[in-house]
Ligand binder design. Structure first.
Ligand code: ADP
Ligand code: MG
Length: 235
């Protein structure tokens, strides 16, 4: 079953910048697809189109079988995590994770579950200043997942962390998304990160999709010279 479909999606900004150009991609239920490409290639714009934060110039976004172009962000049930997540400094980890739920019934249990999934059970009473950078990012992810979103969108979630932590956390992120079974679109410009977390990698250049395939397929059998060069170049 297709969870998220992009049909000939295009985005041209008012200043004439073509950020996304005729992009078609189907993401299966529970699949983790990584959008990989250099800075400025349109990755964040694709996420914003899926979230409904931008409207497509051409084409459509589908959730399930349904075109959602007119559906506002708040009704799309997507969760987004950015590089520069903002936790509430005066709230505990538990309060941060539970914040999107306000005072819905069963908050404590939902928070406990989300925290357990991300290994945060022991730090629930701390405040963000008492956490490492990696732990803070995990709290941001727990907060995003606590509402059980239909689609999980991650925009360079590890880009601000040092290399060691990044390598450690990418396994954590992928394992969490799989355990939760949530359909995930994960953006990065880091080749190693993409290859290690993805079910499938979608390589983007100047708004144009170059290739979609499993990590082994894009690495071993690149479709274009660009894909070969980009995947072959350590950052
Ligand atoms: P990435 O996330 O891959 O770095 P973006 O999706 O942020 O790329 O940007 C793709 C292109 O669109 C870039 O050339 C960027 O400068 C441009 N762009 C992004 N947002 C806007 C905007 N609001 N107005 C005009 N151009 C934009
Ligand atoms: Mg970006």
């Amino acid at each position: 079953m297709t969870a998220v479909g992009l049909d000939h999606l295009g985005k041209v900004f008012d200043d004439g910048t073509v950020a996304v150009n005729d992009l078609s991609l189907d993401i299966a239920d529970g699949e983790l697809v990584v959008l990989l490409g250099p800075s400025g290639c349109g990755k964040s714009t694709v996420l914003r189109l899926v979230a409904g934060l931008e409207a497509p110039t051409t084409g459509h976004v589908r959730f399930g079988g349904q075109i959602v172009d007119r559906l506002p962000t708040r009704d799309r049930n997507v969760a987004m995590v950015f590089q520069h997540y903002a936790l509430y400094p005066h709230l505990t980890v538990a309060q941060n994770i539970g914040f999107p739920l306000r005072s819905a019934p069963g908050v404590a249990e939902l928070v406990a579950n989300a925290a357990a999934r991300l290994g945060l059970t022991d730090v629930l009473d701390r405040r963000p200043a008492q956490l490492s950078g990696g732990e803070r990012q995990l709290v941001a992810m727990a907060r995003a997942l606590v509402r059980q979103p239909r689609v999980f969108l991650l925009d360079e979630p590890l880009a601000h962390l040092d290399a060691g932590l990044r390598a450690e956390l990418r396994g954590e992120v992928a394992a969490t998304a799989r355990r939760v079974g949530v359909t995930t679109l994960y953006v990065t410009h880091d080749q190693a990160e993409a290859l290690s977390v993805a079910d499938r990698v979608a390589v983007l250049r100047d708004g144009v999709l170059q290739q979609v395939g499993t990590p082994a397929e894009v690495y071993d059998d690149p479709a274009t010279v660009f894909v070969a060069a980009f995947l072959g170049t350590p950052r």
